[in-house]
Write a protein that binds this ligand. Structure first.
Ligand code: PAF
Length: 281
């Protein structure tokens, strides 16, 4: 497994693979890898001949009061896990290599980025779409795999790839969960023990929503039912419960009459947990 700190190294690697007629899959990550990331790597390996993983904690997607400096990191552990998965190369640039001294260009998908998590975290998705564009340009993969857990991020990346005619296929992969239902996330290790015990209320509330969906409930009633289950986690501050059209992320009112996505954001101390589930009547 080649470890590339420089853009040129990963470009040369990909050029070599292409000369051998190999297809290339990319899994962009911010490191501190868990089973959820590894399932993305396996999905990429199912679809392409060689997998490249990027590990880069991207400063432009963190707000001034967000957890950039405390974001968990474990480069050695990450490399061991990726080696065991048979990954071809890991791209691990530092901030200087990634952005240079004078980075002044951003990629933005304003409609989808300004709502939901984007409204709570101004600039976050602009940072994501910019770094993902850079990674696509550097690696030039055939396929890139992202987790469905970050549903809005995935919708934004799909839109960006469509709008800018980027020549690759974006694949979404289902959320991987702990045994008690908590969605796997690098942030989970920062939960206090009492918060970790309460956090599965998110997935329980989504299961309750999926069950209720069959009876074509009122959207407002559905939201109340979700909030009742979330109240079983008194240490969590519910930042948002959104029930949106799964295809467009447009708000829904009245009866549930189409495929919808429930998006949750709940803060436990300093740790913001998100989760999502697609539901259908
Ligand atoms: O989902 C993530 O880990 C990040 O947002 C991504 C896509 C790697 C961009 O920094």
């Amino acid at each position: 497994m080649q470890i590339c700190a420089r853009k040129q190294e990963v470009r040369d690697r990909v050029t070599g693979l292409r000369r051998q007629g190999q297809t290339v899959g990319l899994v962009p990550t911010m490191g501190f890898l868990h089973e959820g990331h590894l399932s993305l790597v396996r999905e990429a390996a199912r679809r392409t001949d060689r997998v490249i993983v990027s590990i880069f904690v991207n400063p432009t997607q963190f707000g001034p009061n967000e957890d950039l400096t405390t974001y968990p990191r474990d480069p050695e552990g990450d490399l061991a896990k990726l080696r065991a998965e048979g990954v071809d190369a890991v791209f691990m640039p530092d901030v200087e290599e990634m952005y240079g001294a004078r980075g002044d260009t951003f990629v933005e998908v304003p409609g989808l980025s300004g709502v939901l998590q984007g409204a709570l975290r101004p600039g976050h998705f602009r940072g994501v779409s910019t770094v993902v564009t850079k990674l696509f340009n550097i690696v030039q993969p055939d396929v890139a795999v992202f987790g469905e857990k970050d549903f809005q991020q995935l919708a934004i990346i799909r839109q960006m790839v469509r709008d800018l005619d980027m020549p690759l296929q974006v694949v979404g992969h289902p959320t991987v969960r702990e045994e008690d239902g908590l969605a796997m996330s690098s942030r989970n290790v920062r939960l206090a023990p009492e918060h970790r015990a309460e956090a599965p209320a998110l997935s329980r509330s989504l299961a309750a929503a999926a069950e209720l969906a069959a009876s074509r409930p009122d959207i407002a009633g559905l939201e109340s039912a979700i909030r009742v289950v979330l109240a079983e986690a008194p240490g969590g501050k519910v930042e948002s419960v959104d029930i949106r059209d799964a295809a467009t992320l447009a708000p829904l009112t009245g009866k549930l009459d189409r495929e919808a996505v429930v998006l949750l954001a709940v803060r436990f101390g300093p740790v913001l947990l998100i989760d999502q589930r697609v539901i259908a009547p």
